[in-house]
Each structure stands twice: as C-alpha cells, then as structure tokens.
Ligand binder design. Structure first.
Ligand code: APR
Length: 397
C-alpha cells in the first residue's frame, strides 16, 4: 500500500470538490482530489445548468469563470404555464440579477483545467473506500492501493459517498423529505433551444423545460413515485410533454432519460472532528429551484475561506463556524425549493377537487406576474441575489 500526505483531502471531483481544490491551491494550501469516475465521465455527465448571479460573481473574483463568461448565456426570466395562460416573471428586471445558463459538466471541465495550472490533478478512477480516524489530527483516505494521510478531509462526494459512511451514527442527523411523485428527467436534442425556463402546472402532472445548449434542452415530467424509465418510451414522453407544455421546440432525439427520485435532505452537523461536508454530501435538493449546484459552490467557497484562514493566520474561528454559517442558508434554499414544488404540483386526488387546486395555483401564479413586493421577493430568492441575507466576512452574501 503506497502512502502519501496532504493538508486537505477532498473526495469528489464535482463542482464542490473542484471549486474547493482550486481556491485552496491558489491560497497555497496543499490539497488532493480523489474521484472514483474517469475524467471523461465527469466532464460529460449531464447534470444542472443554471448558475446564480452571485456564484458567477464569486467564480469571476477567483479567476475561475473563464469560459463561462464566453460560452454561458445570461437569462433573466421564467414563465409559469397554467390553464392555457403564461405568466412571465422577469426576475432580471425585478432584481437586476440574472442566471447564467452553463451546463454543469462544462464547469467541471473548466475547473479541472484550471486546477492543472496550479496544483496536482485529481486522482481519477480512484475510489475512496473508507475515511478513517476523523477524530484524530491525521484522518486518512483509504483508497485502492494508496492511503492518503490528511489534516482535514472534505466530503464533496455526493449523497452516497464515503464521507457520509464515515459519520458517527449517533452524532449526526439526516432531515429528509420524500415527495409523493418522481420526475422523469429528459435531456433532448431540439431543433431550436428552449426559449426559456417554463414551469407547466397541469391536471395531468407537472412539466418543465429549461435551456441547456443551442442543441440540447432539459425537460422534466412528473411521474408516479418509483416509475421505471422503461415505462416511458419516446412516444409517451413526446405525448405528455405536448399535453402538459402545449408549446415546446421540436424534439429530434433523446440524449438522456432517467427517473429522479424526488427527495430532499440536510445532514447536521456539517463537521465531525477533521471531516467536513460540502455540496450534495451535506444536502440534497430537488432540481425545482436550480439550487443544488449553486449551494454546492457556495459551501465550497465558504469552506475554502475558512480553511485558508486556518492555515495562513492560524485562525480556527471561521472553520469552527462553518456549519453554523452554512446551515441557515442551506435551509433557506431547501424551503424555497419545497415551496416552489408545492406550487408546481397538484396534491394527490384524495386531498380534494383537483380543479379547485389548479385554480388556487393559478391565483398564486398570477400574483407572481404582478409587479410589487411579492413578485420581487420571489425574484430575489429565485435568482439567488442574496438580498436580505447577511453578507459574511467570506464575502458570500
Ligand atoms: N470516492 C471517490 N469519489 C466519489 C466517491 C468515492 N467513494 N463517491 C462519490 N464520488 C464522486 C462522484 O463520482 C462525483 O463525481 O463524488 C462526486 C460528487 O459530485 P456531485 O455529485 O456533482 O456533487 P457536488 O460536487 O456536491 O455538486 C452538486 O451535482 O449532483 C449534482 O444536482 C447536483 O448540481 C448539484 C451538484
């Protein structure tokens, strides 16, 4: 068994792990990323695609937004489609802030390239089998054929990674919600890109449409909980999308079709000894509010600042306060995503007349289309402007 050492061991080369690695490396803190998938896999895995204004501003400040600013597309409105009407929320005009449409896998590609110029590349196709000794000053990453002795370990390895398996059962709690439906997630080749983010509230079920690239758009279809993807042949997908969205670009093919179990969760606390959690390892969010990737990058940015202060100034305060600072923001994103999901999905039949529920939602949607404090508050939450949130000393609103 080979052995190596570093200051910060990072599990996972997703947005959280790669932003953290880039920021630490630039600050002179030694770190190493271990990723179980190949580089090819992580650079081509379709995931999220909307970056919040403050995330782009943070990446730009760190010099990590190179290609994003060239190839990304700014976007400032979304529409709710209900009972044949479209209500458009121009959140860009209401807040002065816009999203950037930029596929997550492109950002991962950029962050891997950015790291190459400053520090050791991620160890790809290397699975962390266990995280040992997190209560000591020398936690270890046990991988196939190599052990990496660290001073801190950051779990950026998603919801089913090795870091969560290392959490002491009696000293952490997972708060979770399982929704009474799932989403079919469809990455489709389109004759022209989806013109914007459209949420359709329909008696047959929710449908969503989001732009990704000039040739690909992401679609979502509410389906029964546990529905297998094999029950959704192309014809049925086309038919349900047309029924629920009414207007959509011509789909010429499907690049990826999967069923997403709709659930959310938060793990508390975010730190155990020398193990810290960030991104999906710390919290799971449904795609409804496009918060998952943005929250992951925010965690990584805050944690990079705290670890840098610990190593450059010997100041442990920010590191000790990491969870206390991040959890209120994580719960705020959870609450927004849950509230948006309730708006987009009709309650199960047993809860009463679906037609009544549909008109209730149309009334709520119409309020979002009327300029005023209600629509403006929604717009700030949706675009992640950070308005109304205290801006901490990590510069993260
Ligand atoms: N050893 C090494 N790597 C691992 C292990 C392990 N035991 N377990 C998981 N990983 C890797 C995965 O292969 C993945 O590449 O950890 C990485 C976690 O990356 P993400 O799932 O992208 O998580 P995160 O960086 O927190 O970003 C969250 O990704 O899942 C989407 O929608 C989500 O947009 C959000 C974003």
């Amino acid at each position: 068994m080979r052995r190596s050492r570093t200051q910060v061991g990072i599990i996972g080369a997703g947005p959280a792990g790669l932003v953290l690695a880039n920021l630490l490396t630039r600050a002179g803190v030694a770190c190493r990323v271990v990723e179980r998938q190949s580089r090819e896999h992580v650079e081509h895995r379709p995931r999220a695609g909307l970056l919040e204004h403050r995330v782009v501003a943070s990446l730009r400040r760190s010099g990590l937004a190179g290609r994003l600013l060239d190839d990304g597309v700014e976007h400032g409105w979304c529409a709710f489609r209900c009972l044949g009407d479209d209500v458009r929320v121009d959140y860009g005009a209401l807040t002065g802030r816009r999203h950037w449409v930029y596929p997550q896998q492109w950002l991962v590609r950029d962050l891997i390239a950015a790291l190459a110029g400053h520090g050791p590349p991620p160890m790809f196709s290397k699975t962390v089998r266990a995280v040992e000794d997190i209560s000591t000053h020398r936690p270890r990453l046990v991988c196939d054929g190599i052990e990496i002795e660290c001073e801190y370990v950051v779990g950026c390895d998603g919801h089913r990674g090795a870091s969560r398996a290392a959490l002491p059962a009696a000293r952490h709690r997972v708060f979770r919600r399982r929704y009474p439906y799932d989403w079919l997630t469809v990455l489709a080749e389109v004759a022209r890109p989806a013109e914007g983010v459209v949420y359709a509230v329909h008696p047959d079920g929710f449908a969503g449409m989001m732009p990704r690239t000039s040739r690909l758009s992401r679609f979502y279809l509410q389906c029964a909980p546990g529905d297998p993807a094999r029950d959704w042949p192309a014809r049925r997908i086309h038919e349900r999308l047309r029924a629920r969205l009414a207007r959509l670009p011509e789909i010429t093919g499907f690049a990826d079709v999967q069923v997403l179990r709709m659930r959310s969760s938060v793990t508390e606390p975010l730190r155990h000894g020398r193990l810290l959690l960030a991104g999906d390892a710390a919290h799971l969010l449904t795609p409804s509010g496009a918060k998952g990737m943005n929250l992951a990058i925010a965690d990584a940015t805050a944690l990079a600042g705290a670890l840098t202060r610990r190593y450059t100034d010997g100041d442990h305060g920010a590191l000790d306060a990491y969870g206390a600072r991040r959890l209120p923001r994580i719960w705020r994103a959870q609450e927004f995503s849950d509230r948006l999901l309730r708006l987009l999905h009709l309650p199960p039949e047993k809860d009463g007349d679906a037609a009544y529920a549909l008109r209730l939602r149309r009334a709520a949607i119409e309020r979002l289309g009327e300029p005023g404090p209600h629509a403006t508050a929604f717009a700030h939450e949706y675009v992640g402007s950070g308005a109304g949130e205290d801006t901490g000393d990590d510069g993260w609103p």
